[in-house]
Design a protein around this ligand. Structure first.
Ligand code: FES
Length: 154
């Protein structure tokens, strides 16, 4: 049985017919909507590579059924920059070398954007590390990531 859902993705209204109600938001974005910036790492909620914002809140898109998100607003890494102008968090990651191989970077940046929106970190590096603990970086770029978030928070 197919199911139709309507979402706003990066500011664009999209209606999608789901042939399989078990499809995740991650697979929908990558495989159906041509938005491969969101990465698949563990596919089981443990690495954070698939982080996107749904109605402004951070979620692991690999754990979210697309069918449950009818009417929501989804923001992915592709939706952050405005034309040629990077989002301040993207610019801060570059300025502070907040990545090495880059695979986890879209998820790290989306999580950082969500964290700043949540307003919990208040310039405290320890708190930032705690709030970012769901995003794993195998290269160990944590120092640069924390510095980037501290700068972007200002
Ligand atoms: Fe979703 Fe790892 S791919 S948490």
């Amino acid at each position: 049985m197919s199911l139709s859902i309507s979402l706003t993705i990066n500011g664009q209204a999209r209606t999608v017919v789901l042939d399989d109600p078990r499809v995740t938001l991650l697979d929908l974005l990558r495989e159906r909507l041509d938005l491969p910036g969101t990465k698949k790492g563990c596919d089981r909620g443990q690495c954070g590579a698939c982080t996107v914002l749904v109605d402004g809140r951070r979620i692991n898109s690999c754990l979210s059924l697309a069918a449950s998100l009818d009417g929501t607003e989804v923001t992915t890494i592709e939706g952050l920059a405005e034309g040629e102008a990077l989002h301040p968090v993207q610019a801060a990651f570059i300025a502070h070398d907040g990545f090495q191989c880059g695979y986890c970077t879209p998820g790290q940046i989306m999580s950082a954007v969500g964290l700043i929106k949540e307003g919990h970190a208040n310039g405290d590096p320890e708190r930032i590390r705690e709030l970012m603990s769901g995003n794993i970086c195998r290269c160990g770029a944590y120092q640069g990531i924390t510095e980037a978030i501290l700068e972007a928070q200002k």
